[in-house]
Ligand binder design. Sequence first.
Ligand SMILES: NC(=O)c1ccc[n+]([C@@H]2O[C@H](COP(=O)([O-])OP(=O)(O)OC[C@H]3O[C@@H](n4cnc5c(N)ncnc54)[C@H](OP(=O)(O)O)[C@@H]3O)[C@@H](O)[C@H]2O)c1
Length: 337
Amino acid sequence: MEEHIRYMRRALELAELGRLYASPNPMVGCVIVQDDQIIGEAWHKEFGGPHAEVNAVNSVSDKSNIYGSTVYVTLEPCSHHGKTPPCAALLADLNPAKVIIANIDSNPKVAGKGIELLKAAGIEVVTGVLEAEAKALNRRFFTVMDKNRPYVILKWAQTSDGFIAKENYDSKWISNPSSRKLVHKWRAEEDAILIGHNTAKHDNPSLTTRDWKGKHPTRIVIDQSSGLPCDLQLFNQDIAKTYRIVSGHSTDPHIISLPEITPSALLTELSEKSISSVIVEGGRHTLQQFIDMELWDEARVFVSETRFKSGIEAPNIDQLPHKMEDVFGDRLIYYYS
Ligand SMILES: NC(=O)c1ccc[n+]([C@@H]2O[C@H](COP(=O)([O-])OP(=O)(O)OC[C@H]3O[C@@H](n4cnc5c(N)ncnc54)[C@H](OP(=O)(O)O)[C@@H]3O)[C@@H](O)[C@H]2O)c1
């Protein structure tokens, strides 16, 4: 078991390398071991590209060496023809002795069928090695599969006396530059970013990852009656895609019309656009709805030493913090629902 854990840990390290580009596919790593030596390894690099198993097999120059090997893969090999042919069939043809898997795929198109295919080929299959770690790594993917909605991260910055903005809607300089840079890193890791009407109107944010390397998330703004001016930074579609959420009918491809704008309706709509995670960045009204409807998975809250004495109150989350970190003087508090 110890060696299974060691090689699965390596497979998880590789899976992590797909963080920025694999979505909406899961992050998957694969390691091929023969005589206690890694003879091949790889990960799923980008959505639509070859799966980790295919890349790992291709990294082995003499494929006959895979015969009798042990293959470690963080997610059950697929059994269906999607954008690529089934990985379970590819492995079965190469005859490894064992396939060790961290998570069973809850995608209904796979859900155990990949394991059945391997077993039918006479390959020993072991599941559940580092299962919790692998599930945490792919929590976005499993939320989509199991709850049929994107993974939701709430994020805000508040003063030490509990405000996210002044009465005049000014919210600048609550968190420090390092915290703000960290937010850009987080944005690069998620598919979409959502804000409410007032935040767009008063802050005119660009919602990009300009202080970090990585793709810009799709930007989403709630603008019930389409009242936001078109010259706001987030409507510059040359930089990143933006959807305006409105309640009236529209044929504009950049508008999502909903009969009633609720967190649930919004998330359903985002799922249909293959968005598997969304970071909700405020303001209070928008964030609080997700908390009240219990439609969130994580909250990341910066608390700075600044005091406003009055203003727009921070959202209220009735939960004990999971962990706290110091970001150059800002306290970063994580909550998990
Ligand atoms: N410190 C931070 O981390 C942080 C982050 C973000 C924002 N802020 C600050 O927060 C302030 C804005 O907060 P806020 O609570 O006033 O506004 P907000 O959440 O940005 O926007 C609220 C508005 O969005 C629209 N909206 C939201 N949910 C809706 C729904 N389900 N259906 C229909 N419309 C919906 C409504 O606009 P209408 O009804 O008017 O159309 C609502 O009044 C700003 O000053 C901003 O600077 C601070």
